[in-house]
Design a protein around this ligand. Structure first.
Ligand code: FEO
Length: 395
């Protein structure tokens, strides 16, 4: 895509990345890519808001030049230092060595550490403004959403919010960057997966940031990833408030691991029982086959959660340990949680589940149900009872 006019002198100069396989080195994006959105305000003074990942810097700079021609860049506003937005700075500085770099007091030490840049710095504080001519920009600090130095930039003139990671999503927009030209339902899961995996740990700070921004009039939202919300910014605002407040829908996620099918049989019996209890949507995931980011996305959505795993050398099945690690980081304190495990000669899975419960203070519906080998009729009766307790807990 070429540079795109958003409003008046404001242009999108971002890029789509279909090259990176794992975002942050761990979250799969190879199917639908991700966009790194950056913006130019071509006013009397030229301001650029954020860069892009350095692998796409040439395309980004080409787009900037297509808008400003031979003009110089006066300001680079650095909303966020994570390298998916900042690593193009070296290439941009090579083109515009005299530009002022706008950030806050937490931006510049990270910048110096990453890129050895310590000149032409313009420090701003919460609420400070910067006049470009027609456009006046205002800066709001949003610490820990997603890093300590994170801030957002608000164009007072056109009521446009450059919101950095906030309101972002996985999935590169194809053909058009605007919400009104895209199937919003197709962006729901990538938005939630992005939120749960990247921002979920700091949902409390995200909610604070949203409350802070609630006082300004926003007509257009320009995040650093995903769609630009020009026609219906309320759609993404409402979705972010709901996710940050950890509001859930009826339904249950069953995430299980299974070496030879015994735990899988238990998981399937549980799914059947949950359906007959009328809990709504039931999602069944094998943790060894589905990347945990997709499982976590659904866990963020649904109220009920079952975790099931075999024992493995006196501990829990390692792929489940990986999910537990991430869940203990983002916490499941808005969920009702049940556990089932399997063993052949001695336990192990229950030990890790108990440590998880202790660490997260998970709201458990019952004791951990441990099954030896293949579930028999008595075990299925216990699984049905567990499903009934979950239905009672979430309905
Ligand atoms: Fe898209 Fe926290 O960087």
């Amino acid at each position: 895509m070429n540079a795109v006019n958003i409003k008046d002198e404001i242009f999108w100069v971002g890029v789509n990345d279909y090259q990176t396989i794992l975002f942050e080195g761990m979250w799969p994006i190879d199917q639908e890519g991700v966009s790194y959105n950056a913006y130019v305000i071509n006013d009397e003074k030229v301001a650029i808001i954020d860069t892009v990942k350095s692998i796409k810097a040439d395309e980004y700079i080409e787009k900037i030049k297509s808008i400003i021609g031979d003009k110089m860049v006066d300001y680079l506003i650095v909303n966020h230092m994570e390298p998916d937005h900042s690593s193009g700075i070296t290439e941009l500085l090579a083109e515009y060595p005299d530009m002022q770099i706008v950030g806050n007091k937490k931006t510049f030490p990270i910048m110096n550490n990453f890129y050895k840049i310590c000149e032409n710095l313009h420090e701003v504080c919460d609420g400070d403004t910067l006049c470009l001519g027609k456009h006046t920009l205002q800066f709001f600090m949003t610490p820990m959403v997603h890093w300590p130095e994170s801030m957002v930039t608000y164009d007072i003139t056109d009521k446009v919010l450059f919101s950095m990671d906030v309101f972002g999503s996985f999935k590169a927009p194809v053909g058009s960057i605007f919400d009104g030209d895209n199937d919003l339902a197709a962006f729901e899961e990538p938005t939630r997966r992005y939120y749960a995996c990247i921002v979920g740990k700091v949902a409390g700070q995200a909610l604070k940031a949203l409350n802070k921004l609630g006082g300004i009039e926003i007509e257009t939202i320009c995040p650093s990833h995903g769609l630009i919300w020009r026609d219906n910014p309320k759609h993404i605002l409402d979705m972010y408030v709901k996710m940050s407040a950890k509001e859930t829908d009826p339904g249950v996620v069953i995430a299980y691991g299974s070496m030879y099918g015994c735990t899988q049989k238990a998981a399937e019996a549980l799914a059947i029982a949950l359906k007959s209890e009328g809990v709504g949507e039931v999602k069944l995931y094998d943790v060894a086959k589905t990347d945990i980011s997709f499982i976590i996305s659904d866990i963020w959505k649904y109220k009920g959660l079952f975790l099931g795993a075999p024992s493995y050398y006196g501990q829990i099945f390692p792929k489940m340990a990986n999910l537990l690690y991430k869940l203990s980081e983002i916490r499941v304190d808005n969920h009702k949680v049940g556990f089932f495990g399997n063993y052949s000669w001695s336990g192990g899975a229950d030990k890790n589940f108990n440590a998880f419960i202790e660490c997260t203070k998970a709201d458990t519906i019952d004791e951990i149900l441990m099954i030896q080998g293949t579930p028999d009729e008595a075990d299925v009766i216990k699984l049905k009872a567990l499903a009934k307790k979950m239905a009672e807990a979430i309905n």
